[in-house]
Design a protein around this ligand. Structure first.
Ligand code: ADP
Ligand code: MG
Length: 280
């Protein structure tokens, strides 16, 4: 076996405001934003400046005109930038995509460039084509200032163009699990350079039966890679997956764990007449 090339994954330089904040102030912020953490989580940042992102990332945030980081971003950026494994649970619409794309961009910019024939540095797995394409839009908007290339890999579309992108070499691959395995098995790409792995909408991927494919993909990635897993809910299947692959990880949750929807319950609405109710 080839020895693995060392790589850097800790890029976090805590802002002086963040370091100096008292634990009382940190607790107050977490309570106000309904952030709960498990594990040794660094203090959340409270505004974009405190994230200490490089200028090429900050300029794209400024361009979007966002006021402040969302709760999940505030707590996850310091963790993700430190190179640590994490699980982030937060409902849809809470800004999870940027929570992993921005640290991912910094991670990529600190690695050697991907050359032709090499696989991606960052891999984002997502359950559906639509979602993968939405993530790609974000990667396009925020990756352009540092010339990061990406491609989107999903089933139900011709393989030729996707294969050509992979062969040319891209820093980020955003993929649905099935089509990626197809390309991996045919040797069109590989995960030898992958050091930043994102599992987005982990609960939905497991609901859709992608667990064997996800396991097969993770097993091809070097064991010291950083993994970031995101989910709207925290069912036992997702817990099991993180226990199996993330080992030491920090978990953050936004809002109440109990109130999150359970995807394992099938709800059927049947509109009927009053007199039919009892028999149904
Ligand atoms: P999730 O993955 O949690 O469902 P998304 O990453 O899709 O959420 O983000 C939802 C929306 O919030 C997107 O339209 C995105 O542009 C916007 N958004 C992300 N971060 C911020 C922010 N800090 N301030 C305002 N809007 C944001
Ligand atoms: Mg999302």
């Amino acid at each position: 076996m080839k020895p693995l090339r060392p790589f850097k994954k800790n890029f976090y330089l805590a802002h002086v405001n963040v370091i100096n904040r008292s634990s009382f102030e940190v607790d107050q912020y977490r309570r106000a934003k309904q952030i709960t953490v498990e594990g040794e989580a660094p203090n959340p940042i409270q505004n974009f400046t405190e994230a200490n992102f490089p200028d090429y990332v900050m300029s794209s945030i400024v361009k979007q005109g966002y006021d402040s980081p969302t709760a999940i971003q505030a707590q996850s950026w310091p963790i993700a930038m430190s190179g640590k494994n994490m699980v982030g649970i937060a409902q849809t619409g809470s800004g999870k995509t940027l929570a992993y794309i921005l640290p991912g961009i910094v991670h990529i910019n600190n690695q050697q460039q991907v050359t032709r024939g090499e696989g991606p540095v960052a891999l984002v797995l997502a359950p559906t084509r639509e979602l993968a394409q939405q993530i790609q839009q974000v990667a396009n908007e925020f990756g352009s200032t540092s010339f990061i290339r990406n491609t989107c890999i999903f089933g139900g579309a011709p393989k030729g163009p996707q294969a050509r992108d992979l062969e040319r070499g891209v820093e980020i691959v955003i993929a649905t699990p099935g089509r990626l395995i197809d390309f991996l098995e045919r040797g069109i790409t590989n995960l030898d350079r992958c050091t930043y792995l994102v599992l987005d909408e982990a609960d939905r991927m497991l609901d859709m039966g992608f667990e064997p494919q996800i396991r097969k993909i993770i097993e091809q990635i070097r064991p010291d890679r950083q993994i970031l897993m995101w989910s709207a809910t925290w069912p036992k299947e997702v817990k099991k997956l993180s226990a199996d692959f993330l080992e030491d990880y920090i978990m953050i949750n936004i809002g109440s764990l109990q109130l999150s929807a359970n995807h394992n319950i099938l709800q059927i609405v049947d509109v009927c007449q009053e007199h039919e109710k009892e028999s149904k």
